[in-house]
Design a protein around this ligand. Structure first.
Ligand code: GDP
Length: 287
């Protein structure tokens, strides 16, 4: 689902999250492990103010474990604990609970000192579209929560979802906009599938992905597509297009006359990349 973000939507999305801040003890910021910074809202610190925050690097099953390690160190330097998760195939709930309790340990201890029973931790999941918010909410709820309007500005009555006895989650996640003014960010998000192809051309997205892989994951490209010669100079655009054409030829993406159908080849590369067919690949590294 693609959201058309306009300034009015952004303001409303931001206000909706900020209205919920007073209801919650902490925020769970969901990022895409393959492109953590590109999938991050540019104003997130301002929006969440000083709420305790747990960063989750979702879709870590598709991300390069080495890159994910580097990202965890990156967030640690900023005083944020980041936890890689797989909301679909993994079992993230217990670890999220434990990390959340650690995050709020002072608050919980203060309640105990006063002789109170610590009440359930209240949390809100926030993130850009497609990062896995609904999937994670369903996992934490242990059942399918009715899909809510995944559009900025669409609200319904507030519901708390129990996660065991120690946590409660707002059933509607906070939907944030990515930092799309930056073209590289747009390409990374498009390559992972967070942004639909109608906005950028598949050839452009696949070109970006193939170039990135030629630099960082040459073995994966070679293994999957048997491309014999990868370019020495990955800055050479023609050489990258030749790799795309070689892949198209190998995979039968040919138009009459024997020319490679570059759009078809691009769609194939992107589909396979997103499905993890090329292995675990991250498309962004910390500076
Ligand atoms: P939302 O827009 O943030 O609510 O995102 P969704 O929960 O609808 O997820 C978007 C897509 O990502 C769906 O196709 C999910 O199945 C997929 N997805 C979510 N989490 C993961 C994950 O950890 N790993 C993988 N491989 N796919 C995931």
């Amino acid at each position: 689902m693609t959201i058309q973000w306009f300034p009015g939507h952004m303001t409303r999305a931001r206000r909706q999250i900020q209205e919920k801040l007073k209801l919650i003890d902490m925020a769970i910021e969901l990022l895409d492990a393959r492109v953590p910074l590109s999938s991050r809202n540019p104003m997130i610190d301002e929006i969440l103010m000083n709420k305790p925050r747990l960063v989750l690097l979702n879709k870590s099953d598709l991300a390069d474990p080495e890159a994910t390690k580097a990202w965890i160190a990156y967030f640690a330097e900023q005083g944020l604990r980041a936890l890689p998760i797989d909301a679909v195939g993994g079992n993230p709930v217990k670890e999220i609970m434990n990390r959340s309790k650690e995050l709020l340990a002072d608050k919980i201890e203060a309640q105990i000192r006063k002789g109170m029973n610590p009440r359930a931790i209240r949390a809100l999941i926030v993130g850009i579209p497609n990062v896995g918010k609904s999937t994670l909410i369903n996992r934490m709820a242990g059942r399918k929560i009715a899909a809510t309007g995944d559009r900025p500005g669409v609200t319904k009555g507030q519901q708390w979802i129990k996660v065991g006895t120690e946590m409660e989650l707002l059933d509607t996640p906070g939907i944030l906009w990515p930092k799309f003014e930056d073209q590289q960010v747009g390409l990374r998000l498009a390559a992972t599938g967070a942004i639909k192809e109608e906005i950028l051309h598949p050839e452009e997205i696949a070109f970006f992905a193939v170039r990135y892989m030629a630099v960082h994951y040459a073995d994966a490209l070679q293994e999957r597509y048997g491309v014999e010669e990868l370019p020495q100079d990955t800055e050479d655009a023609n050489a990258i297009v030749e790799v795309m054409e070689a892949i198209g030829r190998k995979r039968g993406a040919i138009v009459s006359g024997g020319r490679v159908d570059l759009e078809k080849a691009s769609l194939l590369i992107l589909r396979e990349l997103r499905a993890g067919k090329l292995g675990r690949i991250s498309l962004e590294l910390p500076e």
